[in-house]
Design a protein around this ligand. Structure first.
Ligand code: NAD
Ligand code: WQD
Length: 368
């Protein structure tokens, strides 16, 4: 029995593909929209291989409102959206702000317009812990609760906080308009979850689905995996002069399978409780330093991985650890998998798929 139907934008990407899998496993129908800018269609086969169900796939750009309209027209049963599609490289966002605002902000507006025309009223949005910026600038804000003031320190983060505002304003307006028209009940069907993820990592334990390493990775664990598989000589550790127990920066690493489940429970919560707009942190509540991560990954690989300490990376902050109490209480969600699980699954995926989904890197990445 199908429990509902979900349009997943960015559903061939890393987190989107795991969420599509979790949705199919929970008997949702899944329709993926992705322009394959940073992903491979091969992931659709891998999803089917794991769960025996195949999501529908459309190669559509989210900035193409007419293209989105067509997808909604072909699937009138879609009643929810999970919105992952975005550009996500922090460094690049400072170099190409217009592209980042165009895809992330305008693309989200185009999606909301198309949803509204088709009376699709629940949206789960991929926000990011990066919207908090440096939470250590406030007293008592580590671990970070949702009421920590927003203050992104990079262009990518500002696109995410802008989309949070766009979604909130739109949902509020739809609810207020319905009230003015004397039909507040019909307004209550408008709901949004703003999910602020901390540091997603890991892969499927089968070793057949993971983060597709197109181009040069930016994040710590994919880089460590490249060192371990011999594609990179050593890891550069960005600073060992932070005020942490070993001098390296602290992050809250969360297994992508736990994160995918977080989307499922957030969507179910919107459908059952109609809360309006709610932000939830999705993190473990446990911080790990860069050195601890190197140690944990070295352990599953079975040898010490080479590294060199260099200068701090511009824009990095000391500590981004979640306070996930709200998601624990309201969504009845908490992380179940450990760092060791994430490292072991990532290593299995890397050994099995050194070239990701066997796709040649795109030209611009090769030249970068
Ligand atoms: P990803 O790059 O693997 O997935 C994003 C997907 O969106 C890709 O498949 C890409 O092809 C697609 N896409 C990009 N532009 C598009 C467009 N114009 N139209 C249609 N599709 C488009 O990234 P991810 O790590 O899976 O991230 C998913 C979401 O989560 C993003 O919104 C990202 O900002 C957010 N997020 C990621 C992290 C992280 O560390 N991975 C952390 C917090 C938030
Ligand atoms: C983790 C730690 C680095 C690489 C980013 C985005 C954030 C979110 C998640 C999307 C930091 C250190 C890293 C390396 C290192 N994405 N590091 N050497 O910066 O916490 O978060 O991804 O929303 O918005 O900013 O993740 O994996 O890049 O870094 O020492 O080669 O590892 O300094 O302390 P980050 P990361």
């Amino acid at each position: 029995m199908v429990v509902g139907s979900v349009l997943v934008t960015g559903g061939t990407g890393y987190i989107g593909s795991f969420t599509a899998l979790a949705l199919l496993e929970a008997d949702y129908k899944v329709v993926i929209v992705d322009n394959l800018y940073n992903s491979s269609e091969e992931v659709i086969n891998r999803i089917e291989l794991i769960c025996g169900k195949r999501p529908a796939f459309y190669n559509v750009d989210i900035t193409d409102e007419a293209g989105l309209d067509k997808v909604f027209d072909e699937h009138p049963d879609i009643d929810n959206v999970i919105h992952f599609a975005a550009l996500k490289a922090v460094g690049e966002s400072g170099e190409k702000p217009l592209e980042y605002y165009y895809v992330n902000v305008y693309g989200s507006i185009s999606l909301l317009r198309s949803m509204t025309k088709h009376n699709v009223t629940n949206i789960v949005f991929s926000s990011s812990a990066t919207v908090y910026g440096d939470a250590t600038r406030f007293p008592n804000m580590i671990p970070i609760p949702e009421h920590c003031p927003i203050g992104p320190t990079n262009t990518y983060g500002r696109t995410k906080s802008t989309v949070e505002s766009v979604i909130s304003d739109h949902i509020d307006a739809q609810r207020n308009n319905a009230k003015k028209q004397g039909n507040p009940k019909s307004g209550e069907k408008w709901n949004a979850a703003l999910l602020r993820y901390f540091n997603p990592c890991g892969a499927h334990p089968s070793g057949i689905m993971g983060e597709n390493p197109l181009g040069v990775p930016y994040n710590l664990l994919p880089l460590l995996a490249q060192v371990a598989i011999g594609k990179r000589e050593k890891l550069l550790v960005f600073g060992d002069d932070y005020k942490s127990k070993d001098g390296t920066a602290i992050r809250d690493y969360i297994h992508v399978l736990d994160l995918a489940k977080g989307h499922l429970v957030a969507l179910n919560y919107l459908r059952e409780h109609q809360p309006g707009v709610k932000a939830w942190n999705l993190g473990s509540g446990r911080g790990s330093t860069v050195f601890e991560m190197i140690k944990a990954f070295s352990k599953v690989v079975g040898r010490d991985l080479p590294y060199e300490v260099v200068e701090r990376r511009q824009g990095d902050v000391l500590d981004l650890t979640a306070n996930p109490a709200l998601a624990n209480e309201e969504l009845k969600w908490k992380t179940e998998l450990t760092l060791e699980d994430a490292c072991a699954d990532l290593w299995k995926w890397t050994e099995n798929n050194p070239e990701g989904y066997d796709q040649a890197p795109r030209k611009e990445f090769v030249e970068a």
